[in-house]
Design a protein around this ligand. Sequence first.
Ligand code: NI
Length: 185
Amino acid sequence: MSELFLDEPSVLKVNLLGHPVLRKRAEPVTLEELKDPRFKLFIESMVETMREYNGAGLAAPQVGVSRQVAVIEAQENPRFPGKDNIPLTVLINPEITAFSPDVEEGWEGCLSVRELWGRVKRATGITLKALSMDGKEITVKAEGFQAVVFQHEIDHLYGKLFIDRMEGFETLSFTQEYRRYWQED
Ligand code: NI
């Protein structure tokens, strides 16, 4: 994490659509980086940043670190009313190994595509492998909202944004109108 030297967990700047780091494929985290105490501080800072802006997830490139790391959490999140809670999850070098054949279309937003929402089709279930904080390989299965958020965050690690997954821009909506006309639940 040579890009970041933090003394304590901090709220980080979130890069917006147009920043080149959002379009780069992120590098895997090395085992040495995993052991670096600054890495833990960086993860804590990602969690703080996600909570500060009511994100359901945050990927490292969004805060300018081109590494394969994402944090995910949803607890009665006001940006996603009525959605299932997701326990705090840290994904390091995640790789989706299986997608369910079923897809469902739903609304997505992104802290890097601020104020815009659009409808995206995603697999309703996925299986992924990733590394835990102590460097062990873990397998995670996810369904529903959790599967959608995982797919959205892992896309960030490949330089992809939800708008790239939209089949057309007819549903693209500013937050104000999205909340007024389209938000479900
Ligand atoms: Ni996003």
